[in-house]
Design a protein around this ligand. Structure first.
Ligand code: BYC
Ligand code: FE
Ligand code: FE
Length: 475
């Protein structure tokens, strides 16, 4: 069950060959996917051979095989974690009943919406990152970008499989629409805000993979609890790939900090202009990028009070992060949770029904996890003897979704008026000038073992290969 059949056009471990209608439908979607990849996937990459890992089995041990492949020939496919025939629903109103192998009619519309929203983010991120290959700081980083891109492509396949297999005609239409919306397109944008923002440079890319791919971790973990077993099993496997995406972000920012600290120490300065003149990224700019990506990403958890979230949980469609490790009743009726609200222009806490606050619960879990990594970034500065520390901004800073969207906040959590916001915005969020400066550093460095001057080399290579390994063979 867990080994993957690569002899078929669409690699899979779901016995696709036994369902001819589904197989034909997916084989009909496949060329559209390849056209999409050619049109808006990684720019100018068609003939490169990239040292990629490909899944060979979904077992926790040794699922990956490494080798040079053209990304177009990457074996995108359908891989579900092994199933447990006796699995029970363990939260919500259906707690204790058998998990569903098919979609119950009454939950069809909501499940489709969740799967479409999840699926939409995957190709969106590939579109957002499509030009980055042209300005890679090293061949090692280029390879990591491409690895992430092919895996996000596979995550799209994972959701398209569910739509085709379980949602009939509307599922097929939704699968087509996933290739038609485009990140940042005014007329047909991606569904969620963060996925229509630009990822203009590699500092943005590292922040995106640290913060936004971590939204992926938390949303996928919540879906991995789903009563709809095929969704639970496919998202579990997707999570194994997500770890590398977040690693790229965390280590990427660490390497930026390490290089900046080195320059600051060499020049014995904390003057941002001097740091910039020496070709490194000043810590103020890093902090502003962090503020932006953090605030845009916490919006992805949705409104702090949401009847959708209550319905998704009670009907068993979406659980909480690590639902199984929690010791409450897993039904949550009559319980409350604290959310923030704006009252007379000030923030106040209030208790609301827990079920309606589940978006906030997941956001708070995300925040805890994000803050831990920011602490690890600060260790890099501490070790280098630099007193500056990075911090995540206040939860209400720069929010566009939910109750906090109505308020202007400083990163420290002070309510400010429109005038102060306008005056300070460029100290709190990346300014056009910051973007222009970071863009000016983005040259293309792709000789094996060479690194751009604004980033330190990694501690080790990929799959125990040396750092100066030929990770990409240019065609
Ligand atoms: N932008 O009741 P609410 C990943 C809308 S990342 C724009 O809170 P709900 C990845 C919302 O649609 C993981 N609109 O909504 C990472 C609703 O609209 P309507 C992605 C937004 O549905 C990196 C209204 O506001 N997966 O995998 O409870 C690279 C009221 O909101 C936004 C998922 O998100 C926004 N940010 O919660 C690659 C999991 N937020 O109906 C990949 C599936 C809310 O009033 N999605 N709205 O017109 C969900 O579980 C839920 O849809 C959400 C939103 C948590 C996102
Ligand atoms: Fe993904
Ligand atoms: Fe990801």
């Amino acid at each position: 069950m867990s080994s993957i059949n690569y002899s078929e056009k669409i690699p899979n471990n779901v016995n696709l060959g036994e369902d001819r209608t589904l197989q034909r439908a997916l084989e009909g979607w496949q060329p559209n996917f390849i056209n999409w990849w050619d049109d808006v996937g990684p720019d100018g990459s068609t003939n490169h051979e990239v040292y990629l890992r490909t899944a060979v089995s979904v077992d926790p041990q040794g699922w990956a095989q490494f080798g040079h492949v053209k990304m177009r020939d990457y074996r995108w496919g359908i891989f579900l974690n092994p199933g447990d025939a006796n699995r029970e629903i363990h939260f919500g109103d259906h707690k204790g009943e058998k998990a569903w192998q098919d979609v119950p009619g009454e939950h069809r519309a909501n499940l489709r919406r969740i799967i479409v929203t999840q699926g939409d983010t995957e190709p969106a991120s590939v579109e957002q990152q499509r030009h980055l290959g042209l300005t890679a700081p090293s061949m090692y980083d280029l390879r990591n970008l491409f690895q992430i891109n092919v895996e996000e492509g596979r995550h799209l396949w994972a959701m398209v499989y569910l739509l085709h297999k379980h949602f009939g005609r509307d599922g097929r239409e939704e699968a087509d629409a996933l290739l038609q919306r485009t990140s940042g397109d005014e007329n047909n944008p991606r569904i969620l805000g963060a996925f229509n923002e630009a990822t203009p440079d590699w500092l943005a890319f590292f922040m995106f993979t640290y913060f936004t791919d971590r939204d992926g971790k938390f949303q996928l973990s919540a879906l991995a609890e789903s009563a709809f077993d095929p969704l639970a099993r496919t998202t579990k496997f997707m999570l194994t790939e997500e770890a590398h995406h977040m690693f790229v972000g965390e280590s990427g920012v660490s390497r930026v900090l390490s290089r900046t600290a080195q320059v600051m120490n060499e020049l014995k300065t904390d003057d941002p202009q001097k740091v910039r003149a020496a070709g490194a990224i000043d810590l103020g700019t890093v902090q502003r990028y962090l503020n932006f990506h953090y605030s845009v990403t916490i919006d992805l958890f949705g409104a702090d009070q949401s009847s959708n979230a209550a319905i998704f949980y009670s009907s068993g469609l979406k659980g909480r992060y690590e639902e199984g490790k929690r010791t409450d009743d897993h039904v949550l009726k009559g319980q409350t949770y604290k959310v923030l609200e704006v009252k007379d222009g000030q923030l106040v806490e209030k208790d609301v029904p827990m079920l309606n606050a589940l978006n906030e619960v997941l956001r708070d879990d995300f925040i805890k996890d994000s803050v831990a990594g920011v602490g690890r970034w600060n260790k890099v500065l501490e070790k280098a003897g630099i007193p500056t520390r990075l911090v995540v901004p206040h939860k209400a800073f720069n929010r566009q979704i939910g109750a906090l969207a109505g308020i202007k906040m400083s990163p420290e959590g002070r309510v400010v008026n429109e005038m102060e916001w306008a005056a300070k915005k460029d100290e709190w969020l990346p300014s056009p000038e910051d973007f222009a400066f970071v863009a000016s550093l983005m040259g293309r460095v792709v000789e094996p073992g060479q690194f751009a001057g604004w980033i330190a080399p990694p501690v080790m290579g990929i799959n125990r290969q040396p750092v100066d390994f030929e990770y990409v063979r240019f065609g």
